[in-house]
Design a protein around this ligand. Structure first.
Ligand code: GUN
Length: 285
């Protein structure tokens, strides 16, 4: 029997409706959640992502501020703007779209964002809070994966989760969030020997590799849940994930498609984090 498809677009729509309702309530208390997005240079993909983030803010009734800099902006100027936004009461979330040009220290930039406004969940304070199971802003893509599974009714406790990929943005935090939910977690990466022997053990397989159609049917156990976090283009220029969808969906129990799988959840969780940050301001009044 082919796998059940996890409809990320439908789950994201449902979550967005809930967020929009909460934004409305918060506005009645005099607070409009606000997100500032900083875009440096003219990377086409980054510009597309940033536009989607702004559009989502508008659709959900949030305030959005776009700050654009040319490629040659100095680190000092960027840090000074972040400092200004850290102290701006209209802004509850600050996001610097990555990648940024090489002459600017990315770590310094991330660490200059107030952890209380770090809605990307990239600041080491939020990463530390996440690792120790404290309240934190969780990174949006891994958080979106967890919500997809929760909404689909897939239990995580005791499951063997295999994460392929160890990026700071997706692979590493995904494994941590599954561990926090009592899974047994294995990380695989480019230096892993005999990848199939590991992935074949997975009850839940998370593909965050960044290579089109990298995970094949042979990697997957019968009935496994397969989460595809990849966003790639194949030889024909078509959007595709890290998982060879056609063949893997014949083996898996559940699978997320690309597009309309994990993708729509990322910005949804960014909106959720911005709302959460704004609600904290209300609660501290
Ligand atoms: N570049 C690619 N993904 C992301 C993301 O989630 N946040 C930021 N700030 N930049 C990115």
């Amino acid at each position: 029997m082919p796998a059940q498809i996890i409809d990320g677009k439908a789950i994201a729509s449902k979550k967005r409706m809930e967020i929009a309702n909460e934004v409305q309530k918060l506005k009645e208390s005099g607070i409009t959640p606000g997100l500032a997005v900083i875009l440096v240079g003219d990377n086409h993909a980054s510009r597309t992502y940033v536009s989607s983030k702004q559009k989502s803010c508008n659709e959900l009734g949030m305030y959005s501020l776009l700050i654009e800099y040319p490629e040659h902006v100095t680190e000092e100027e960027l840090l000074s703007k972040i400092d200004e936004l850290n102290n701006d009461d209209r802004i509850h979330g600050i996001l610097v779209q990555l990648p940024i040009p090489k002459h600017i220290d990315e770590i310094k930039v991330i660490e200059s964002i107030s952890p209380e406004k770090d809605v990307d969940g990239f600041h080491p304070i939020n990463i530390g809070r996440m690792m120790t199971g404290q309240d934190a802003f969780l990174p949006c893509t891994p958080y979106g994966v967890m919500v997809l599974l929760e909404e689909t009714g897939i239990n995580i406790t005791g499951k063997h989760v295999v994460v392929v990929g160890r990026s700071n943005i997706v692979g590493k935090p995904s494994g941590q969030l599954f561990l926090n939910k009592n899974a047994t977690v294995t990380y695989c990466h480019s230096k892993t020997k005999d990848l199939v022997s590991h992935t074949k053990q997975a009850d839940i397989l998370v593909a965050a590799v960044g290579k089109a159609n990298f995970i094949k049917a042979e990697h997957v156990k019968e009935g496994a849940v397969v989460i595809d976090v990849g966003i790639n283009r194949n030889e024909a220029g078509k959007l595709c994930g890290d998982v060879a969808f056609e063949e893997v969906s014949q083996v898996a129990g559940y699978i997320t498609p690309v597009p309309k799988g994990v993708g729509p959840m990322t910005i949804t969780m960014l909106m959720y984090n911005t709302l959460k940050s704004a609600k904290k301001v209300l609660n501290s009044k």
